[in-house]
Write a protein that binds this ligand. Structure first.
Ligand code: NDP
Length: 274
């Protein structure tokens, strides 16, 4: 019997997940069906239950339901517990297992696809929302020399940093705090680009050859990457690879097979540019 999976979000029409998982399933010879479900804003739990009762085996969860999925799960992976959010559900007998593959996706994109080792690097993470929180523990697991968080609302960065202090020292503050310092990797996890706003980055933030990484992606260069290039970043990358890698990690969680992502990412990039 064909196993059923779905992505749930609101809005959902533009989700790339159905195409990604169809490509992974073809490549790995897995008999699955994957659909997109528009979750009513006040009906997330009921939608998940309906899909599970209909024989669904797992779901991806996207905006705005990741925190609700965290609360719905009856068991959490360590990385989901740390992230405080769930983007992957696995229905296993009576359990609803919540996982979070965003951080693993980011780290895999940077270290494998972009070939940029994070060990010993100084990393600056911009933003202190859900996306930022989800990637901190996986970034720390790479053993960077330092991890700092900069956010428009300083107290949020400070609070977030303190929540990971048991793993390694993490610094938090507003953008101005990092004036006069530089970093090897600067990751944009704010949603400023979505509204076309640019970030108040202090000059000289990018060390020689630094990687600027924007979790956002789109047809052209994102506002953050444009700014980073103007400020001397050595290398720029958007979040399309993270999107593909978090999906591949979810596929691995469900099916126990890891898809090869290079071709799938290249096809998606070509479609986005068309
Ligand atoms: P949240 O709403 O949880 O957090 C938004 C963050 O952006 C906050 O830190 C907020 O600061 C900051 N921010 C918003 N507007 C501005 C601005 N004008 N100037 C400075 N800072 C600003 O969003 P998420 O964390 O869920 O998502 C962030 C981004 O990451 C989105 O663009 C999303 O698309 C992307 N993303 C990409 C993924 C991928 O697979 N490529 C996966 C997940 C997310 P403050 O606290 O001061 O309000």
């Amino acid at each position: 019997m064909t196993d059923r999976y779905a992505v749930i979000g609101n809005p959902i029409a533009h989700s790339k997940s159905p195409a990604l998982h169809a490509a992974f399933a073809r490549q790995c010879g897995q008999d699955i069906r994957y659909e997109a479900i528009l979750g009513p804003l006040d009906g997330f739990r009921a939608s998940v239950e309906a899909f599970r009762q209909a024989g669904g085996r797992g779901m991806n969860v996207t905006v705005p339901f990741k925190e609700e999925a965290f609360r719905l799960a009856t068991r959490l992976s360590d990385r989901a517990a740390r992230a405080g959010a769930v983007n992957t559900l696995l229905f296993a007998d009576a359990e609803i297992v919540g996982d979070n593959t965003d951080g693993a996706g980011l780290v895999r994109d940077i270290t494998i696809n972009l070939g940029c080792a994070l060990a010993g690097k100084r990393i600056l993470l911009l933003g202190a929302g859900g996306a930022s929180r989800g990637v901190i523990a996986p970034l720390l697991a790479e053993q960077p020399a330092a991890l700092a968080i900069a956010n428009r609302t300083a107290v949020k960065a400070e609070t977030l940093a303190a929540q990971f202090a048991d793993i390694a020292p993490v610094e938090g503050g507003d953008f101005g705090r990092y004036a006069g310092r530089n970093f090897d990797v600067v990751i944009n996890a704010t949603s400023a680009s979505l509204s076309g706003q640019s970030l108040p980055l202090p000059a000289g933030l990018f060390a020689s050859g630094a990687l600027a990484y924007d979790m956002m992606y789109g047809k052209g260069e994102t506002p953050f990457l444009q700014l980073a290039r103007e400020q001397g970043a050595g290398r720029c990358a958007d979040g399309l690879g993270m999107l593909v890698e978090q999906a591949a990690e979810a596929f691995f969680v469900w099916r126990g097979v890891r898809p090869v992502t290079g071709r799938v990412l290249a096809d998606l990039r070509a479609k986005l540019a068309a």
